[in-house]
Design a protein around this ligand. Structure first.
Ligand SMILES: [Zn+2]
Length: 475
């Protein structure tokens, strides 16, 4: 369903040195509307009219209220609440309409208020009361300044971002190498927490240099920073400029946009995958969860042998069916190390048989179309902003294009991930397997083996016997 909004913009004569021009307000709310896929059915522009003065009638504001009430529009979008109302009385009129027509949209560029919640209503009343007293708002001016910096692709303030030198323009080769390696690892299936541990072990520090171990949140933020691919980011999101395109920064990028998207997809994909494949994604042992007890079918778990010390005989750990109170039968167990070695040998053989099918290095076929669609979208938005075509027309044309772009981008990310995975899964196993992190070893195993059923070994049977295993292969 098309959501038709009224866009409201106003400029007043009370000079506080930072008024946003009407055109600027319009560009901003249209950008927000385009992103949310709302249609601007009509612009309501009050020029040079103070919302303070009680005796001034704001014609367009009145029209907006009337259209909202009669259902000509489905909601309002403005730059901020200040533009729209400054008098408590006007706010109450607006609120009454929102109460009588549930489902109306209310949005502002600064996202400062939501009239559809009780808290939002209270906030709005407080804000209008304050705005009514004082029109000067330093915070907004500062925000505006940031926004202008962002539009021009210039750097904001604060600490230099990880990956760049103090000048925030030149790549720091050491930090960039860490990022690139972490991206390679993530795309090949390494878990984020493994990378976090690696960085902590190397005492990697953010530019704040707190001396404390770097956190998971910080590492993730660094690895998916839009800035890496040259995008100007605001609050960790790509900043979209007035032309509807992401604003590019003036600094040296560290990776391509495609690679950044693939990393983000990998981080999200891995999370989803773990949820379905395994209850827990924190496996310390190669085969826990893959082994099943032949007696009761329960997934076997691994335990360190408490009696084991350096120099002791036998395996350091044991796989066992959990005890009855943990959902198993507790009847089957097996020494861990010989079992792991046996399975690794089976995997080497299986991989050798596969003879490493050459990774599909075919170029993704949709690239040209994606570029075309991006160009069309940007032309439409420019045309709309320059008023060469009406907003309604532009947005009707934008919607299918944006949908196609999203689908193409999704497809491209999948393609990138598949390619990297294909080349990662065909590493020379005999060389590399032992050095892979445990979750990647497990991934290689699960590529071939669905489950391994472990039969009871019987009393006194000390030697590892592969005949007591049923391996269920994936194909
Ligand atoms: Zn059992």
């Amino acid at each position: 369903m098309v959501v038709r909004l009224g866009g409201y913009a106003r400029i007043s004569l009370d000079k506080d040195g930072e008024e946003l021009g009407v055109e600027r307000q319009r560009v901003d709310y249209r950008t927000v509307a385009a992103v949310r896929r709302w249609t601007i059915a009509r612009d309501y522009i009050d020029n040079d009219v103070s919302a303070f003065k009680l005796d001034v009638v704001r014609e367009q504001f009145e029209q907006l209220l009337a259209d909202l009430e009669s259902g000509v529009i489905d909601g309002v979008i403005a730059y901020d609440l200040d533009r729209l109302v400054r008098q408590p009385w006007d706010l109450e009129r607006l609120i009454r309409i929102y109460e009588t027509r549930p489902g109306l949209v209310f949005s502002t560029v600064t996202n400062d208020i939501n009239l559809s919640t009780d808290d939002g209503l209270t906030m709005a009343r407080v804000m209008v009361a304050f705005a009514n007293k004082s029109s000067r708002d330093t915070a907004r001016r500062v925000k505006r300044k940031h926004r202008e910096l962002a539009d021009s692709g210039k750097n904001g303030g604060g600490f230099p971002p990880f990956g760049w030198k103090e000048d925030r323009l030149t790549v720091d080769p050491v930090q960039a190498a860490l990022i690139t390696k972490a991206h390679d690892d993530l795309l090949a299936g390494t878990r984020l927490s493994t990378i976090v541990r690696e960085w902590q072990a190397k005492n990697v520090q953010t530019s704040r240099k707190t001396g404390k171990p770097i956190t998971r949140v910080a590492v993730k933020g660094i690895l998916i920073n839009p800035r890496l691919a040259g995008f100007r980011a605001v609050k960790h999101q790509k900043h979209i400029g007035p032309d509807g395109k992401p604003v590019m920064g003036v600094w040296e990028p560290i990776c391509t946009p495609e690679r950044l998207d693939a990393v983000i997809a990998a981080l999200e994909g891995v999370r989803a995958q773990h949820k379905t494949a395994n209850q827990s994604n924190n496996h310390k042992y190669l085969l826990s969860g893959i082994l099943r007890c032949a007696e009761c079918g329960t997934r076997m778990i691994a335990n360190m042998r408490s009696s084991w010390k350096e120099g002791s005989k036998g395996s350091r750990f044991t796989y066992r069916c959990p005890a009855a109170n943990d959902g198993g039968c507790g009847k089957v167990s097996r020494a861990g190390e010989p079992l792991d070695r046996h399975i690794i040998n089976l995997i080497h053989d299986a991989e050798a048989k596969l003879k490493a099918p050459a990774p599909d290095t075919a170029e993704w076929s949709g690239a040209a179309r994606l570029a075309e669609v991006g160009q069309e979208i940007s032309e439409l938005i420019s045309a709309m902003n320059a008023k060469r075509i009406s907003a309604a027309t532009a947005i009707a044309m934008l919607e299918p294009l944006e949908k196609e772009r999203d689908e193409l981008e999704y497809e491209r990310n999948r393609h990138t991930v598949e390619q990297v995975k294909a080349s990662a899964a065909t590493v020379d196993l005999s060389e590399e397997f032992e050095r892979l992190p445990i979750e990647r070893q497990r991934a290689v195993i699960m590529k071939h083996i669905r489950a391994i059923v472990v039969h009871p070994a019987g009393r006194g049977a000390r030697k590892f016997n592969p005949d007591l295993l049923d391996v269920v292969w994936t194909a």
